[in-house]
Design a protein around this ligand. Structure first.
Ligand SMILES: Cc1cc2nc3c(=O)[nH]c(=O)nc-3n(C[C@H](O)[C@H](O)[C@H](O)COP(=O)(O)OP(=O)(O)OC[C@H]3O[C@@H](n4cnc5c(N)ncnc54)[C@H](O)[C@@H]3O)c2cc1C
Length: 389
């Protein structure tokens, strides 16, 4: 006798990518079961900038208004520079009426997504339920083995984050690839007018990345390579505080709120993002580096592409193609910014060039947001950016 199925779609992980995959699939009429091993609200170390390219997906899910009215401040663009030197401002490009990102406190944002899952009649949401393995059945269905029992589904979206244990069980993981990079994140109380810029300050082998979130808080992340990570051994909070306050003197008068968290290494790839009913979404589908702050926006857009692909007679290639389109150029832009972070002379050159050609970096951000391709930047602008001439 043929065995029945428990859901059309099972989703593992209720972070932004998994929650959005469940919501988009349910909006297209699928019966969905989603698990997360943690209880909500839960925090996640993140730079907490939702780039403008992610807002349409949030709006389509009917969640944007909720996020904005919950206090997420608008982000206008990026300021960058070296320690104790003036920073230059690169506004986000305007595109389809979109020109601002949002500072999303993950504790709140992910809880809002979890609430939306709980309220949808087509979604069964099980927090505190760990998925332990995944198995393909002989009839073409897939079974997820969870702490609470087995669940059979036609399609499974694996959205269990950067280190994806299920991707590993499938044998699809590539990496982590050196040189390893890490992030150390905490929040600071900063009373006064909200500064709507994401600020990146480059130091030797380390960047300080900061941006506003709701409740007069500023997220301050240190991003660094393995050699500088050693400085934090056994004294994560104290060393984080020393570096953050040395590089951003404004923090000397501010109080730190909540814990200091470390995460990494970052670079993970995957052999495939879709095969025989199993789809990887969000960080589980590969993650380069947070330097361009694209992870959440990209995860939301991948989630929509996943749900759209389910209507195709061949859903796997119907997901692989848009996935590649959504990630290829953002990964290349991240690689360019990483070169900048490793080479102080390039930072100086980019700042110098920005004064003469202020639109080039805005165009580059637009490539990372998926608005347009690399051909938007003229050969002359490329030469200027890298040679300074
Ligand atoms: C330092 C740092 C700074 C960053 N800055 C930014 C930024 O400014 N802007 C931006 O957009 N992105 C940023 N990112 C990236 C962003 O955090 C990620 O891209 C984003 O969280 C990915 O969402 P996700 O849903 O794929 O995974 P996650 O948010 O990691 O969610 C995965 C979920 O899966 C659950 N899970 C894991 N294993 C299991 C299991 N076996 N069973 C059930 N559930 C499971 C986890 O509990 C978790 O809830 C940053 C990342 C880092 C590390």
């Amino acid at each position: 006798m043929a065995r029945g199925i428990d859901a059309d779609v099972a989703v593992v992980g209720a972070g932004p990518a998994g929650a959005a995959a469940a919501l988009f699939a349910a909006a297209r009429g699928h019966r969905v079961i989603i698990f997360d091993k943690q209880a909500f609200p839960r925090d996640k170390p993140c730079g907490e900038g939702l780039m403008p390219g992610g807002r349409p997906a949030l709006r389509e899910l009917g969640l944007e208004e909720n996020v904005v009215s919950g206090g997420a401040p608008p982000l206008r663009g990026i300021q960058f520079g070296r320690v104790e030197e003036p920073h230059v401002a690169v506004p986000f490009p305007a595109h389809d009426g979109e020109h601002a990102g949002l500072g999303i406190r993950r504790l709140t944002f992910d809880a809002q997504l979890a609430d939306a899952l709980g309220q949808h009649s087509g979604i069964q949401f099980s927090p505190q339920t760990e998925a332990r393995d995944i198995r393909r059945d002989s009839d073409g269905m897939t079974t997820v083995l969870t702490a609470a029992g087995e669940v059979r589904a036609r399609f499974v979206a694996v959205a269990d984050g950067l280190r994806s244990a299920l991707r590993h069980r499938l044998g699809w993981t590539v990496g982590p690839r050196p040189p390893h990079r890490y992030g150390i994140v905490a929040h600071w109380l900063m009373a006064g007018p909200v500064d709507p810029w994401v600020r990146i300050t480059f130091d030797r082998g380390l960047e300080v990345y900061e941006g506003p979130v709701a409740g007069d808080q500023r997220m301050v992340a240190l991003l660094c390579y393995q050699d500088r990570m050693r400085e934090f051994g056994g004294r994560l909070e104290a060393r984080y505080r020393e570096i953050a306050q040395a590089i951003r003197p404004g923090l000397r008068q501010a109080d730190m709120v909540g814990p200091v968290s470390a995460v990494g290494p970052f670079w993970y790839g995957t052999r495939t993002v879709a095969d025989r009913g199993i789809f990887l979404v969000g960080d589980a589908a590969g993650f380069t580096d947070p330097i361009t702050a694209e992870g959440v926006a990209t995860g939301l857009r991948q989630a929509r592409a996943f749900a759209d692909a389910l209507a195709s007679p061949n859903p796997e290639p119907a997901y692989r193609h848009p996935h590649r389109r959504l990630t290829k150029d953002p990964h290349r832009v991240a690689a360019l910014f990483l070169r900048l972070s490793r080479t102080p002379a390039l930072v100086d050159r980019a700042i110098h060039n920005h004064a003469r050609s202020p639109q080039t970096l805005t165009k580059l951000l637009g490539i990372g947001f998926g608005y347009w391709g690399f051909n938007r930047i003229t050969p002359r602008e490329w030469i200027r950016m890298f040679s300074g001439r």
